[in-house]
Design a protein around this ligand. Structure first.
Ligand code: DAH
Length: 328
């Protein structure tokens, strides 16, 4: 051994103190620990020694190497700290300045209405599911027993991509998708966007529906009636006047539409419902003698307009903050 380890440590300490940045430190690391460093040479020379000495000196050299590495790391941290301090000083952060206020956003009124409706049905044991907005002809129409010449299929009302694919016109398409996938009993609601080619004070090309479907062994119209009534009483308050009116939908029989009495003493339709048509059950291989089903579909915007007493549906989608801020 030529150099005393302590002496070597003194040398590196002096050199380390002189380093002003990481780049200089890297150079120093090469000088003391690199391939051509004094230390590496010493390691190389070990092989000339006898075993006993070899063991002794390699322990010393390894210890020295560790110490040097830790000193270099220590210096690195110090340099980084100094650099950071300098940066902060330069940026001149005034920590006494009070922060900028971030305004909280709110849920869109349509989202709030959907959440409220979901909340009610989840409490009754329904599961909430969603499905594709780009549908095929089969799920949106044919499987739902909607005849080939039905006006709702026309180009005037429906956004078709090609002869098979379209933007779904109703969430009822999910009745089929769920029944194809799951075995009864089924008890679901499906909130989601639907699309129709309409635009005026009470129609927008995109709007929201919530579909409901129950399939079980002993489902009858009174079950459906109870659920709808209960829902409307909870949603609009117990003084609301409700009317069940006979109606027609291809996928339910019997079918009904439900009206509620508006402020102007006129009946307003709020949802459609009925007992699932046997043809629909057949289409999804559910035995209509063993299982019965009831379904309903409601328009979310219609509910929101009545709930908040808004006369023009288009306000909901114009993103005017003066309108939206009223729903905090
Ligand atoms: N899909 C119907 C529509 O968009 C609404 C509807 C009516 C859904 C009756 C149903 C139902 O599930 O049973 O007008």
């Amino acid at each position: 051994m030529i150099l005393d380890p302590q002496e070597l440590m003194n040398l590196i300490n002096i050199d380390l103190k002189k380093t002003k940045n990481i780049k200089e430190l890297e150079k120093l690391k090469v000088k003391y620990l690199g391939k051509n460093s004094y230390l590496s040479n010493q390691f190389f020379n070990l092989r000339k020694l006898f075993l006993k000495e070899k063991i002794k000196y390699s322990a010393i050299l390894n210890q020295l190497k560790l110490e040097m590495q830790s000193k270099i790391l220590e210096r690195k941290k110090k340099l980084e700290f100094l650099l950071n301090e300098k940066k902060i000083r330069k940026e001149n952060i005034d920590t006494s300045l009070s922060g900028r206020r971030i305004e909280n956003g709110t849920l869109h009124p349509i989202t709030t209405i959907i959440n409220n409706i979901e909340y009610f049905f989840l409490h009754l044991g329904f599961k909430s599911v969603t499905g594709p907005e780009i549908e095929d002809e089969y799920h949106n129409f044919s499987a739902l027993n909607i005849p080939k010449n039905h006006p709702s299929r026309s180009n005037k009302d429906t956004f078709w991509f090609d002869i098979n694919r379209l933007l779904r016109t109703q969430t009822s398409s999910m009745q089929i998708r769920i029944m194809e996938k799951e075995k009864p009993p089924i008890k679901i609601i499906v909130p989601g966007k639907v699309y129709r080619n309409d635009y005026d004070a009470t129609h927008t090309p995109m709007f929201h529906q919530i579909e409901g479907l129950i399939i079980d062994k002993k489902i009858n119209f009174s079950n459906l009636k109870w659920i709808i009534q209960k829902f409307l009483y909870v949603f609009f308050g117990k003084d609301v006047k409700i009317r069940f009116r006979v109606s027609y939908f291809p996928f339910t029989t019997p079918s009904a539409e439900i009206d509620i009495m508006g402020n102007n003493r006129e009946w307003i339709e709020v949802l459609g419902c009925g007992m699932v048509h046997p043809n629909v059950l057949n289409n999804v291989d559910i035995n209509h003698r063993k299982y019965k089903g009831c379904a309903f579909g409601l328009g979310v915007e219609r509910m929101a307009m009545l709930y908040y007493q808004i006369s023009d549906l288009r306000y909901f989608f114009e993103n005017d903050l003066r309108f939206l801020k009223q729903f905090k």
